[in-house]
Design a protein around this ligand. Structure first.
Ligand SMILES: NC(=O)c1ccc[n+]([C@@H]2O[C@H](COP(=O)([O-])OP(=O)(O)OC[C@H]3O[C@@H](n4cnc5c(N)ncnc54)[C@H](OP(=O)(O)O)[C@@H]3O)[C@@H](O)[C@H]2O)c1
Length: 308
């Protein structure tokens, strides 16, 4: 993906008038050179957008000028126009606004890959989501509920806990409540949770290993706390739980068949409005730096969008 420019489109590229772009934690990391993908500065950040197609390359068959689309890109979404590959695009469902469409793909893909491919969560199982009011966290809450799991979320403030319950979680607890481990165990009738979904890391992740039940699955999604936990292997052995790392984007890049199936599943979920994003903040393109500040201060619930 390239930042906006009037360069001619390649065969299967489309040019999009960006109506909204979603802010993701990796955007923040990328601006600091702290993400796996390190573009040379100066560059235009932003990995997902929604908008209207302005122009299509000669080989594009599934989209036409004027279509409303969700556009995942490698960077360059915080702009008035962006260029994306046809294969990556989704039609923006009628049930989503541009803002919602722009905040959907990264979270939905991450939650889907984690809970479907890795954790293989089943109806009736319990799911504990750390950082559950964040972008990928709230998508996991919503997908867990959609898949019939009983969902418990963790958050740093009461307002975030309320948002997690509103997203469908059966319970939401505060990270710093003194009886947190007991509260989660009580909510699972003493058994512990079946699946932990962790985009946070640090001491909270270590505490979550004490909330997991026999034969559980611990999904390592990210380290928003900046602290990478060292899990004790003996503890995983004693409780018989699996620790699984995941990279949703890399998984579909490496396995085209998985990529196809994921795209089909996500298209269906988008049409059904599953994982409808909660948007707490809106910024103009000129104020994009304030969006990054709000993310750093943990003020955002769900997603923030940037509006060109
Ligand atoms: N593995 C993958 O495929 C994949 C894909 C996308 C994203 N990720 C990763 O997932 C993580 C979350 O991404 P996101 O876009 O959902 O971010 P986000 O919307 O900012 O959510 C992160 C959540 O983490 C919690 N948190 C705890 N300590 C924090 C700290 N020191 N700074 C900021 N947040 C903190 C916050 O909730 P509280 O305030 O309630 O604690 C916040 O809501 C990132 O590490 C990202 O790189 C992984």
């Amino acid at each position: 993906m390239q930042a906006l420019s009037a360069r001619p489109l390649e065969d299967t590229e489309v040019r999009i008038a960006v109506r909204a772009a979603g802010l993701n934690f990796p955007d923040l990391l990328m601006t600091r050179g702290g993400y796996q993908f390190r573009p040379d500065p100066p560059f235009v950040p932003g990995v997902e957008a929604a908008g209207d197609i302005l122009e299509v390359g000669p080989g594009v068959t599934r989209f036409a000028k004027g279509d409303r689309v969700i556009a995942p890109v490698r960077m360059g979404a915080f702009a008035e126009q962006a260029v994306a590959l046809e294969d990556a695009l989704f039609h923006l469902p009628d049930c989503f606004s541009y803002e919602e469409g722009a905040s959907w793909f990264v979270s939905a893909t991450t939650a889907w890959h984690a809970l479907n491919d890795k954790g293989q969560i089943k109806p009736g199982e319990t799911l504990l989501v750390l950082g559950a009011s964040g972008g990928v966290g709230m998508a996991a809450v919503q997908l867990g509920v959609h898949k019939g799991a009983r969902v418990i979320g963790l958050a740093s403030t009461q307002a975030k806990a309320d948002a997690i319950r509103a997203a469908g979680a059966e319970a939401a607890f505060l990270n710093d409540q003194p009886d947190l481990i007991e509260a989660v165990k009580t909510a699972t009738q003493g058994r512990g949770v079946d699946v932990v979904y962790d985009p946070v890391g640090g001491p909270l992740a270590m505490a979550a290993t004490r909330m997991i039940g026999w034969n559980g699955r611990f999904l390592i999604v990210g380290f928003a706390s900046g602290d990478i936990p060292n899990f004790p292997a003996n503890h995983a052995l004693i409780k018989g739980y699996s620790i699984m790392g995941l990279r949703a984007g890399e998984a579909v890049r490496r396995d085209p068949d998985l990529g196809r199936r994921t795209h089909e599943a996500l298209s269906l979920l988008a049409q059904q409005g599953v994982m409808r994003p909660h948007i707490s903040h809106r910024f103009s393109l000129a104020e994009a730096n304030k969006a990054f500040e709000a993310m750093e201060k943990r003020e955002i619930i769900g997603r923030a969008v940037i509006l060109p």
